[in-house]
Design a protein around this ligand. Structure first.
Ligand SMILES: [Zn+2]
Length: 448
């Protein structure tokens, strides 16, 4: 996935441990064996401490990388307020995680290095994990630097203080210390937290999903109490559904305004082959906003939609054999709404490697200025953060370059034949290839 450029070799030699040493350790760990059960426990403890120490090393290096990248961006003439763009995204690619997680790790790293030295030392010594350090940083976020340093000293300087504490007890201890030092900031934090309220949806097994609302505690408790009351009332009338089922149905009915939860009331886009729809084929379908659903579930959704004009399902067929959706083309510079929706439906999620965020922008793989057409084949979906990160100097996105560098015409031919393969090049010269999960009916995912 990653090809370290030669220019980094010099830097690696400056470290006490070279990248090659680290890779050798990884290989040695694969063959690790213990002599006895007691030895196994010792090994597991040592490995756990190594994980924490490795995360601490990543944090220290990330903080240095942040300073260095900001300096480079300044040299490129980037205004001060914009500097730091894309730094977390580069860490995310290196850590093989989503850009939002990368940004969170960068924030944790700079906090530990610049404001919480005792927590960082505890992590380096293997006494607290990355997660524990994250909790300590999170619970002290609203404090002044001085007070944060005081909590860091109080909780993390002595190895015994955090020993044996569960996550909840650790959070409680940190909150108590923070409240004692800065009660007004903690109250202001609660007000600020209310601004983070949101609703999200993530897949659960068996064609189910978790619909999660993050709301102020009073509203959440009130909403649950309202659903409980409906369930209490319904049970007296010989209701066959269980309490949880009634509450879930009521939630869906009240949010969507439909009479019964089982009728699909809003636009649901399904990407499926005609064989799945008409011939009872077992090829799974894609439900945007959710992911893969079984062919039977997809057929069930199409049957559940009444044809009253208000309720409908948009079906996007994939061609048998290659899985390509119906081709669309436009002479416009920007992607027209219909085509952008088509591309979003096809790509499902942001096209950045390891990014799971929903698509907010559709852009050209081969830029319009370089002769790239405004077509579904040359379009790809991106989340807002990734679209923003790649505007920093040194980022480049191009069609999958694994076939070797060649002229623009050949590049264009390739991207039109293989619409979803892209290569992202970061400011350090590392490259990451990404291939979108193919739609239903396609032969299978290409290696990425
Ligand atoms: Zn993204």
């Amino acid at each position: 996935m990653t090809s370290p450029p030669a220019s980094n070799a010099d830097q690696a030699e400056l470290l006490d441990l070279s990248v090659q040493d680290l890779c050798a350790w990884t290989t040695r760990l694969a063959g690790l064996e213990s002599a006895s059960d007691a030895d196994t426990i010792e090994c597991i403890r040592a490995l756990e401490e190594m994980k924490s120490a490795a995360a601490a090393a990543q944090a220290r290096m990330s903080a240095v990388f942040d300073v260095s990248q900001r300096r480079l961006q300044a040299e490129h003439g980037m205004p001060e307020g914009y500097r730091g763009k894309g730094v977390g995204a580069q860490l995310a690619l290196a850590r093989r995680e989503s850009p939002s997680r990368g940004a969170r790790f960068l924030k944790l790293s700079t906090t530990l290095v610049h404001e919480m030295p005792h927590s960082l030392a505890a992590m380096s010594a293997g006494r607290i994990s990355e997660w524990r350090a994250t909790l300590l940083a999170r619970e002290t976020e609203c404090l002044s630097k001085e007070h944060r340093a005081a909590v860091d000293q109080e909780l993390a300087a002595d190895a015994e203080t955090l020993s044996g504490l569960s996550d909840r007890r650790l959070i409680g201890l940190a909150r108590r210390a923070a409240n004692r030092l800065e009660p007004a900031s903690m109250a202001a934090r609660a007000v600020k937290a209310a601004n983070e309220r949101s609703v999200t949806c993530r897949p659960a097994p068996d064609s189910m999903c978790y619909l999660t609302a993050l709301v102020p505690v009073a509203q959440g408790v009130a909403a649950l109490a309202a659903l409980s009351r409906v369930a209490d009332g319904a049970n007296t009338g010989g209701e066959e559904r269980g309490r949880g089922q009634i509450m879930a149905d009521t939630l869906v009915e009240r949010i969507t305004g439909q009479e019964t939860a089982s009728a699909v009331p809003v636009q649901v886009q399904l990407v499926m082959t005609d064989r799945t729809l008409l011939a009872g084929d077992s090829e799974p379908a894609m439900l945007p906003g959710y992911g893969v659903v079984s062919g039977e579930t997809a057929r069930g959704l199409t049957r559940a939609a009444p044809g009253d004009g208000k309720t409908w399902i948009r079906r996007l067929y994939t061609a048998p054999g290659d899985g390509a959706l119906v081709a669309m083309d436009s002479s416009a510079r920007a992607f027209p709404a219909g085509m952008a929706r088509f591309i979003s439906t096809r790509d499902q999620l942001c096209s950045t490697p390891w990014c799971d965020a929903p698509i907010r922008h559709v852009d050209h793989i081969v830029p319009k200025a370089a002769g790239g057409p405004t077509s579904d084949m040359n379009g790809r979906g991106q989340c807002a953060a990734c679209n923003y990160a790649k505007e920093a100097p040194g980022w480049r996105v191009s069609p999958d370059e694994r076939a070797g560098p060649d002229g623009r015409a050949a590049q264009l031919r390739r991207v039109l034949a293989q619409p979803h393969g892209t290569t992202t090049t970061t400011p350090t010269g590392h490259t990451y290839v990404h291939t979108t999960l193919p739609p239903p009916g396609a032969p299978g995912p290409r290696a990425g």
